[in-house]
Design a protein around this ligand. Structure first.
Ligand code: XMP
Length: 532
């Protein structure tokens, strides 16, 4: 199942940079559908896609080095507009006869850039302090490069520069080729969205018809057609993706859907009951709902295991076993539905070039013994914020649609080291307090410090403390809170000190076995959001 073939699209060719998914999301924000492909994708395949524009991403290499990711000259001769960003810009110049060299100093961070607003890329860009004498305007962009374009390829003209970078952007309008050394996809580039909009809607001439309501409509139609009167089975976790998927399937095929909810005992406090209240009997959806309480099985399998990837594997595999057993009771079904979304596809190395940093267990792990004919993944092409929009379109309650992301392996990866029922209790209780206090402090407002994801984790550290007159030797809780746009990069959130202190004091007083609370300041990279 995929987005309607007739949808106009722009493709992103991935050279392994960290902002690649962000580029695709920004394009979709222009109401233009966008997909990511590896730079290794054969040129004939690219030609056959009928894209209206191509964007080459950044990447960690030097394009003039032996073995560096490259592009063929033909890519620039398809008659389709191409925009190169950072590495992509350098590569375009390199392949077409320009020169790229190592700069004397790395240019990194927010940088003032002078852009020529007569270029179609820079239409609408406003000056920081009024137009300068040469007709260019000064704005702020995000730079991150070691190499620079020292000579443009024949036919190109420079349309932006900085103090250290003579070619911050170049164009050959007649061939529809554009190169930008900085990163318009990053919010620090003040007019970045405008620049991408200019390329996608202006240069490529996309009409901008990609909308979530049209997605729901076409998706429901497609599901109905494909499923007919068949039976569909879904492993419902209660997270945003599988919940939205359940609602989408409920809209399309109603009681032909059976949802199996495996409660692995690694969920947030009371969450199992909340999921049951929404999707179970008497809830908002006319579907078959089965809850399996399997906590003990998971705890036994996890006993004594402290290596993070092994924990993930065990949880993923056990999940599948429990699910299989339940599916066997149901008997043959026609379809197995999966809540795979686009970042899962890309991060699993199936889409672009991103390295597999952690194994996400909802992709790649399929039950062996479930009797089904086909898989359906109706959300496979969507980013998270798009999935939420679909959820809202489908009338799912706001608190569910806007739930924080929660990893498939659950609290299993928020407990550093081995997992026990006792530790799960500690982290659940601490986390509930943390969420309660943040919600109370934020009220109905959305304060600037409001984290995009926050949770309590249990460190594997025990230390000495004193409670009343007693010496204690207990665990330390780590509070994590991050601001992030895409969960690929993140900063720790600036939660007011008094809120943190209240959380600390409640945790110490109310959670047995905890005598210390830390606040995790690490950004991503180098840290990850979860502890494991
Ligand atoms: P990290 O820890 O990789 O997390 O910085 C990025 C985002 O992904 C979530 N996460 C997972 N989600 N299965 C999931 O479904 C997983 O194994 C998993 N690991 C991390 C994490 O909560 C954060 O939002």
């Amino acid at each position: 199942m995929s987005v309607t073939q007739s949808e106009e699209k722009v493709i992103v060719i991935d050279f392994g940079g960290q902002y690649n998914q962000l580029v695709a999301r920004r394009v979709r924000e222009c109401n233009v559908y966008c997909e990511i492909y590896s730079y290794k994708t054969p040129i004939d395949q690219i030609r056959a896609m009928g894209a209206k524009g191509i964007i080459l991403t950044g990447g960690p290499n030097s394009c003039y080095e032996e073995g560096a990711p490259t592009a063929s000259k033909e890519l620039f001769e398809l008659g389709i507009p191409v925009l190169g960003l950072c590495y992509g810009a350098q590569l375009m110049q390199h392949v077409l006869g320009g020169r790229v060299e190592r700069a004397s100093a790395r240019e990194y961070g927010k940088t003032e850039v002078i852009v020529d607003t007569s270029s179609p890329l820079f239409t609408g860009v406003k000056d920081l302090r009024g137009e300068d004498a040469t007709g260019g305007v000064t704005t702020v962009c995000w730079m991150s490069h070691f190499d620079y374009i020292s000579k443009m390829a024949p036919g190109f003209e420079a349309v932006a520069y900085t103090d250290n970078c003579p070619v911050a952007a170049a164009q050959d309008k007649s061939r529809g080729l554009y190169a930008i050394q900085f990163h318009p996809e990053v919010l620090h580039t003040v007019y970045g969205r405008q620049m991408l909009h200019n390329f996608v809607r202006g240069v490529c001439g996309c009409a901008g018809t990609w909308r979530m309501d049209s997605f729901v409509e076409s998706s429901v139609k497609e599901i109905k057609q494909r499923v007919g009167d068949g039976k569909v089975l879904l492993a419902l976790s209660g997270g945003v993706d599988s919940s939205v998927l359940a609602a989408l399937l409920a809209r399309a095929i109603g009681p032909q859907l059976t949802c199996v909810f495996v409660d692995h005992g690694l969920m947030r406090k009371n969450e199992g009951d909340e999921v049951e209240a929404v999707f179970g009997k008497g809830g908002a959806f006319d579907i078959n709902f089965i809850r399996v309480n399997a906590a003990d099985r998971f705890y036994i399998k996890l006993a004594g295991v402290d290596e993070p990837e092994r924990k993930r594997k065990i949880i993923g595999e056990e999940f599948i076993r429990v699910f299989e057993e339940e599916a066997k009771k149901i008997g043959a079904v026609d379809f197995l539905a999966q809540g795979t979304i686009y970042p899962d596809v890309v991060e699993s190395g199936l889409g672009g070039e991103s390295a597999v940093i952690k194994s996400h267990h909802n992709v790649g792990g399929l039950p062996d013994y479930v009797d089904f004919k086909e898989i359906i993944e109706p959300l496979r092409d969507l980013f998270k914020d798009e999935v939420r929009k679909v959820g809202i379109q489908l009338g799912i309650p706001d608190y569910l649609v806007n739930r924080q992301p929660f990893p498939g392996p659950g609290l299993g990866i928020r407990i550093v080291g081995d997992v026990t029922a006792e530790k799960i209790r500690m982290v659940q209780d601490a986390d509930a307090i943390y969420r309660e206090e943040i919600a109370a402090a934020a009220g109905d407002t959305n304060p600037p410090w409001m984290p995009d994801q926050y949770f309590a984790a249990l460190t594997n550290m025990r230390s000495v403390g004193v409670m009343g007159d007693e010496r204690t030797y207990d665990y330390a809780i780590a509070l994590r809170a991050v601001k992030t746009i895409d969960f690929m990069t993140a900063e720790s959130a600036d939660i007011p000190w008094e809120v943190l202190q209240k959380v600390m004091s409640r945790i110490i007083n109310e959670v047995r076995g905890v005598n210390r609370v830390f606040y995790d300041l690490t950004s991503k990279p180098p840290g990850t959001i979860e502890m494991e």
